[in-house]
Design a protein around this ligand. Structure first.
Ligand code: PMP
Length: 411
């Protein structure tokens, strides 16, 4: 494989107006919080605004021109997202309001129909709450059991340990691809292959993978993946659940209302086909249209090139953090993407984040909606710096300088 040409970070940054914002009156923002939400490119903002300005009609229901235009744009967005993840059929792409809703949909619908008392759902110690709590809710409903593949002290998921936990009662493997809290990239391939061989269904939380790595659902081999638009430079309030068509076809509705039905009478209702069966009510139309613009923006840069850039920036982030006295990395996984978590000896993570903010550096602090991995690694929270395709060495230099200053002044 030939290496992807480097990305043009200057032109990427020119597309991202949020990067020019001054915080605290006169500080140029250094945005190191892409893992929480990536900044929106102008074409994304424009595509969503054009819908609101020029054809703000509801989808699927009306016969007039504006509604037809809205419907065409909404369904074209589905095709864009399908192409982006190399899905064979756009109808296997369900729009939700985020990764959280995608996983809840899958748990409620597929889980409710397929998991009974004693059936096991296997997750990892790295999971975001969005891939923990829906299974706990389902366990309370059905008696299924949540099991956790532990990580090592560095935050790696050992493949052999994970494989040893696949048992006769395992029905679902629901795994994060990339940890939002400490950046670990899980080696999914052997786990998905082994699950498949045993007839275990696989769901991947790809929220932190999609902005950094090329995602090809055919190559991945999982049965379903979930991700969020706002972490891949799209608007907030849009998510995707992609699942194998035959799986979706057998899944019952999870919410009732308009659009998800074929017929309704007071006696009974019948269901629409996927994906609409799972999209009850008016969707986030402008957000979905913005998401398709985000897909096209990412494609115009190239995901292979983004992956190479983001890997280099992640390495540089870790190298810089490791060079600072009193900084302790939390999680030192072998494979990492996009984020690094740390604490400064003697300083609370919230104080560190607040002081960095005074230097214009935007990072996230706390447990990152992943309390179990914080406890596993013996901390109550961390400071997390996360990068994207817009991040430069200058950003990381400003971050390092600010962090050194914070440590010096704090004492
Ligand atoms: N999973 C992971 C790995 C995440 O990073 C996030 C967002 N931090 C989520 C799930 C939830 O995504 P959302 O809030 O967009 O639903």
């Amino acid at each position: 494989m030939t290496a992807a040409a480097p990305i043009d970070v200057a032109s990427i940054r020119a597309d991202l107006p949020a990067l020019s914002v001054q915080v605290h009156d006169d500080q140029q923002v250094v945005y190191l919080d892409a893992a929480a939400s990536a900044p929106r490119p102008t074409p994304v903002i424009e595509a969503a605004a054009a819908f609101d300005r020029e054809y703000p009609a509801n989808v699927h229901r009306a016969t007039h021109q504006m509604a037809a235009q809205a419907t065409a744009a909404f369904e074209a967005a589905r095709a864009d997202v399908a192409r982006f993840i190399n899905a064979a059929n756009p109808h296997d792409v369900v729009f939700t309001k985020g990764t959280t809703e995608s996983i809840n949909l899958f748990a409620s619908s597929w889980g409710g129909a397929n998991l009974g008392a004693g059936d096991e759902v296997l997750i990892t110690a790295l999971e975001h709450h969005a891939n923990i709590v829906p299974w706990q809710l389902l366990a309370a409903r059905t008696g299924c059991v949540l099991k956790v593949i532990d990580c090592d002290d560095e935050g790696n998921i050992d493949t052999a340990t994970a494989l040893s936990m696949l048992g006769d009662t395992t029905k679902l493997l629901s795994l994060t691809w990339v940890s939002n809290a400490i950046g670990t990239v899980v080696d999914l391939h052997p786990l998905i292959t082994a699950a498949k061989a045993r007839g275990v269904t696989t769901l991947i939380d790809a929220a932190q993978a999609v902005p950094h790595l090329p995602v090809d659902v055919r190559e991945l081999g999982a049965d379903a993946i979930a991700f969020s638009g706002h972490k891949m430079y799209g608007p907030t309030g849009v998510g995707v659940l992609w699942a194998r068509g035959d799986l979706l076809a057998d899944m019952p509705p999870w919410q009732g209302g308009g659009e998800m039905i074929r017929t309704v009478s007071f006696a009974e209702s019948t269901w629409n086909d996927p994906p609409w069966r799972f999209e009850a009510g008016t969707p986030n139309i402008s957000g979905v249209i913005g998401t398709s613009a985000a897909v096209r923006w990412l494609e115009s840069i190239g995901m292979d090139a983004i992956a190479a850039h983001d890997a280099a920036m992640t390495d540089e982030l870790v190298t810089r953090l490791t060079s600072i006295d009193r900084v302790q990395l939390v999680g030192t996984p072998q494979h990492r993407s996009g984020a690094a978590s740390f604490n400064v000896e003697g300083m609370h993570h919230a104080d560190c984040g607040m002081l960095l903010d005074r230097h214009g550096v935007a990072v996230r602090t706390g447990h990152h909606c992943a309390e179990p991995i914080m406890h596993r690694l013996g901390v109550s929270g961390t400071v997390r710096a996360s990068i994207g395709c817009f991040t430069t060495s200058d950003d990381l230099d400003a971050f390092e300088t600010a962090l050194r200053r914070v440590i010096e002044v704090f004492g």
